[in-house]
Design a binder for this molecule. Structure first.
Ligand code: NAD
Length: 466
């Protein structure tokens, strides 16, 4: 579907977000195709039952983890990356064997319409449905009983989803947002730091859940950053960024107005130009911002980057810890001790050192928030694991050896039986060489039981002879 309709999907993204080809392909179309290919390459392995290690007492049993689909999954997508954020969890739920209802975000109207139009042409209509609509439709959907709900969007709506899911104790993944801080240390390479922070901030016009929300750094670092940022923004977007084909637009009037209000906080060091007719806001950096300003209280989700001054890493840690746990925490610097100090003394969904955004592309890293920035995670194998219940199965048989050994659990109890049971059940460290000891012991026991059994049978046979 994605391969055959690339141009139409690109056009829908462009109509919703004014976004150019490069970002549409990198972050949505090609990204999603790649995720699907990765799933196809691995689905056999990921879906296969697992045989975890077992204790000595279970050596004759099968200890198996079955990957059981939950059943019917509801995927609710967000508008800022309307294709990727709908289709990646949607395909993960399908791959895991579920029936799925997809509810794309009505805010990106062209993208939700194209998903509603294309998906029924490509997939089984009984198992996979797309429901279009807004808050009313989502509210109605949330009244139904689902077996799993995967929601991407704001923390406020995340709370509504969680509350609705409680009625049927439905498990949820909540991929939410929040303010992702950037700490820049004086040891950082400022030119590279500025490029990596500004790129992460201005892709999709700042409407990225893991966009760097604000910078905390010393006054000296701020001055150096602003100097570099002026040159970089000019180099990337020209004298008049509004003419750049590489900057998207704000999704709608409501969000545009919300962002305009932030521009009166602090002092504009770079940018500040706005155009309501195009819902355009130039890449903007604010300085002399106070912790208590509005721009520092809610997630910005736009091309405005405030800088708040602090003196050192300890202050940065205290500042980060005094606020909601972020979806992403970005640290720039070369002092390893200081970087580890921040990593070990803060809590965030993900932590990235000396870059922004790119953890999304590392499919072996769980992607998700903590606390108000979300619960659960996905990407790579986790996109499959999220949608299966790992059903633990203990499968025994009626083998006489197993039953004879396991008979120690039956009354009448004795100290001898207790000792033997403890020996069988004891947790043992995984020391090389000792690994095979339980098998050897079980083998020995098996032989002993067999001979014992034979001896008893012989006695009975002789006894039975005339
Ligand atoms: P949104 O308004 O499109 O809402 C997302 C979904 O929630 C939509 O399908 C919508 O229909 C539904 N919805 C909205 N209000 C509702 C209500 N009152 N009751 C029931 N359902 C409702 O998107 P948004 O919430 O504006 O998205 C932006 C937020 O999402 C930001 O906070 C951003 O950080 C976060 N986000 C997180 C991730 C992530 O992966 N963690 C990705 C993208 C966006």
């Amino acid at each position: 579907m994605l391969e055959e309709n690339k141009l139409e999907i690109h056009a829908a993204l462009n109509a919703d977000l004014g976004r150019g080809k490069f970002e549409n392909y990198v972050f949505e179309i090609d990204y999603t195709i790649n995720e699907i290919n990765h799933m196809l390459m691995n689905i056999k392995n990921w879906a296969a039952s697992e045989m975890p290690p077992k204790a000595m007492i279970n050596l004759l049993d099968d200890v198996v983890i079955h990957k059981e689909p939950y059943g019917v999954v509801l995927v609710i997508g967000a508008w800022n990356y309307p294709i990727q954020l709908s289709l990646v969890p949607f395909m993960g739920a399908i791959a895991a064997g579920n029936s799925v209802i997809l509810k794309p975000s009505e805010v990106a109207v062209n993208c939700s319409n194209i998903l509603g139009e294309l998906i029924p042409k490509y997939l089984n209509n009984e198992c996979y449905k797309v429901i279009l609509g807004g808050i009313n439709e989502t509210t109605e959907l949330l009244k139904q009983k689902f077996d799993y709900i995967f929601y991407t969007g704001s923390t406020a709506v995340g709370r509504i989803v969680r509350e609705a899911s409680n009625k049927y104790l439905t498990p949820v993944t909540l991929e939410l947002g929040g303010k992702s801080p950037v700490y820049i240390d004086s040891t950082a390479d400022i030119n590279v730091t500025a490029k990596r922070v500004l790129w992460g901030k201005f892709i999709n016009m700042g409407q990225t859940c893991i966009a760097p929300d604000y910078i905390i750094c010393s006054k000296e670092v701020q001055d150096a950053f602003i100097k570099e940022a002026k040159l970089i923004i000019k180099e990337w977007f020209g004298e008049n960024p509004q003419n750049s084909p590489d900057l998207s637009r704000i999704i709608n009037e409501k969000h545009y107005q919300r962002l305009i209000n932030f521009l009166s906080d602090g002092e504009v060091a770079i940018g500040g130009h706005t155009d309501p007719s195009e819902k355009f806001i130039a890449p903007t950096i604010l300085i002399n911002v106070k912790f208590t300003d509005a721009v520092m209280s809610e997630e910005i989700f736009g091309p405005i980057l405030p800088i708040v001054n602090i003196s050192n890493a300890y202050e940065a840690i205290n500042f980060i810890n005094s606020r909601d746990k972020p979806l992403a925490l970005y640290i720039f610097g070369t002092n390893k001790e200081e970087i580890n100090l921040i990593i070990n003394n803060t809590s965030s969904g993900n932590t990235i050192v000396n870059d922004t955004i790119l953890h999304v592309s590392v499919d072996t890293l769980p992607f998700g928030g903590i606390g108000p920035s979300g619960m659960g995670s996905y990407h790579g194998k986790l996109t499959f694991d999220t949608f299966v219940h790992p059903k633990g199965c203990l499968i025994k048989n009626f083998n006489i050896i197993g039953e004879t050994i396991a008979a120690v659990r039956y009354p009448p109890y004795s100290d001898k039986k207790l000792k033997f049971l403890n020996f069988l059940m004891a947790k043992r460290p995984d020391i090389p060489g000792v690994k095979f000891l339980p098998y050897l012991v079980m083998f020995g026991l098996g032989i002993a039981v067999t001979f014992g059994f034979k001896a008893i049978m012989k006695e009975h046979l002789y006894a039975a002879e005339p």
